[in-house]
Design a protein around this ligand. Structure first.
Ligand code: HEM
Length: 301
């Protein structure tokens, strides 16, 4: 009669072919002998597959899977129209605007370690950052220049979308989301202007918020405003400044709008914007072109 074996097929009696006893150590050695070849081929082993779930080769199916199953890449479609992503078509401006936003977020977080939104220390904090903090000057300038650049690239992106007619059906909604993003980008820049609490920012915000006096219905000097009971102490300018002059409350409000509220809103609208690009069939792409030979065929029918 055959000897009983356990589920691994091992001999429960412990005898192996060499006549030696099978201990747990022996079992472990055998298992590792099986595992070593897998470890030497990491891209086919269990660890690799548990993370990436597909082998790494250049087959079209795997290339698609690599995009679909990667947390960073899955936002991209697995296949795209090559002409639609041509740099000469998109100018890369939407992507660059987004990357600048990322740079601004990261440098902004570091700036928050050194800055207090208080009339007493705000200006001094910026001076300290510029002159005493290691790499402080480059940190501040990265933030400032990225902000200037983001305004320029957002406008250029809008111009490219307009020139290529990419705002037309079915992309009207995404154009509107884009307009909101542009306004939010401008507001992020404007609220950041006051934070160093220097003369430049102070007067820029004084002039800017004075314009809010003339807001229709909501400003105390705007059309319909006084009729609705607007005064210098309850209109939209008052709400923006937290008072009737640019002072400590205005600084604190600008800080909160600049560091929390507007970036969060912009992030939400960017998510919707990118989602819409996908749902509208990807980037619009140039008008289909016919080769001369093909157009002959079309004409001849
Ligand atoms: C924070 C600002 C913005 C970011 C980060 C952004 C990002 C992007 C990106 C990455 C794309 C993919 C195509 C490309 O790169 O050209 C795109 C497409 C698009 N964007 Fe923006 N965008 C912004 C502002 C705007 C503005 C201001 C408008 C217009 C008012 C706009 C309207 C559109 C439209 C209609 C598309 C689809 C274009 C097509 O399919 O060819 N976006 N955006």
């Amino acid at each position: 009669m055959e000897e009983p074996k356990n589920t691994n097929g091992n001999d429960p009696a412990g005898a192996n072919g060499n006549g030696k006893k099978d201990g747990p150590l022996q079992e472990l050695k055998e298992k590792s002998r099986e595992a070593i070849p897998m470890l030497l081929k990491p891209r086919e082993g269990r660890v690799w597959k548990s993370i990436f779930r597909h082998p790494l080769d250049e087959k079209p199916r795997n290339r698609s899977l690599a995009v679909l199953q990667n947390v960073f890449l899955h936002l991209h479609p697995a296949r795209i129209n090559r002409d639609a992503v041509r740099f000469s078509f998109t100018w890369g401006m939407g992507g660059i605007t987004f990357y600048l936003f990322i740079i601004l977020t990261l440098t902004g977080i570091f700036l928050m370690f050194y800055y207090h939104p208080s009339k007493v220390v705000a200006f001094r904090d910026i001076q300290y950052l510029e002159h005493n903090v290691p790499f402080g000057k480059i940190l501040r300038n990265m933030h400032r220049w990225a902000a200037h650049a983001m305004i320029i690239t957002a406008w250029l992106h809008m111009m490219r979308v307009f020139f290529t007619g990419s705002y037309k059906k079915p992309r009207e909604f995404n154009w509107s989301v884009g307009v909101i993003l542009l306004v939010l980008t401008l507001l992020m820049s404007f609220t950041g202007y006051l934070l160093p609490d220097d003369q430049l920012g102070f007067w820029a915000v004084t002039v800017g918020t004075n314009m809010a006096r003339a807001t229709p219905l909501l400003g105390h000097e705007g059309p319909g405003g006084p009729e609705l009971g607007m005064t210098a102490f309850n209109d939209v300018r008052f709400a923006l400044l937290g008072g009737s002059i640019v002072d400590a409350n205005a600084l604190l409000r600008a800080y909160i709008w600049h560091c929390i509220a507007i970036p969060v809103l912009a992030s939400i609208f960017m998510i919707v914007h990118f989602w819409r690009v996908r749902k509208d069939g990807g980037i619009s792409g140039p008008a289909p072109m016919l080769l001369e030979s093909e157009s002959d065929q079309v004409i001849r029918g």
